[in-house]
Design a protein around this ligand. Structure first.
Ligand code: FES
Length: 162
């Protein structure tokens, strides 16, 4: 007498097995693809390459004391004082609008919510929580160079040799 396991599978059972094999293979394939994608993502360096934001402004001796250079495209101000230069980001520290220079007020104004900044970048009014960011300044090949991607100390001043 033959046991149930000795019997040949019916067509319906074969079809069911083929279907389960197909579903199982598909699931394994999907898992394999997911693992491969995760591995590739892990291997790839997770680095953000930023463009160089340095630019030359001109020769320091060509900028008279009391001048405020408004560099609209770069969103930067360069201020010449008696002792030297400093650079400020024109981006408002409240919500990031672009400030504008107001010569008669001797300061900067943000048109979005009315923040005001003194010529040194400190807040004098409005909702801005902090001073305008000072930017790194240097002299290279006799040119004043601003690095708009590199904040400097809040009192940073590029002094000129006497
Ligand atoms: S973004 Fe400048 S005051 Fe709000």
């Amino acid at each position: 007498m033959a046991s149930p396991t000795d019997t040949e599978p019916t067509d319906q059972e074969r079809e069911r097995r083929r279907f389960l094999l197909l579903v199982g293979s598909g699931a394994l394939g999907a898992v394999g693809l997911g693992l491969a994608a995760a591995t590739l993502r892990f291997i790839e360096p997770n680095v953000l390459f930023e463009e160089d934001r340095r630019f030359a402004v001109g020769r320091p001796e060509d900028v008279p004391v009391g001048t405020v250079l408004v560099l609209v495209r770069q969103r930067v101000y360069v201020v010449r004082e008696e002792k030297g230069f400093y650079a400020l980001s024109a981006v408002c520290t409240h919500l990031g609008c672009i400030t504008r220079y107001e010569a008669e007020q001797k300061g900067f104004f943000c048109p979005c919510h009315g923040s005001r900044y003194a010529l040194k970048g400190t807040v004098t009014g409005g909702p801005a929580p902090a001073a305008l960011v000072r930017l790194h300044l240097s002299i290279e090949r006799e040119q004043l160079v601003v690095d708009a991607g590199r904040p400097a100390a809040s009192q940073a001043l590029l002094e000129l040799p006497a």
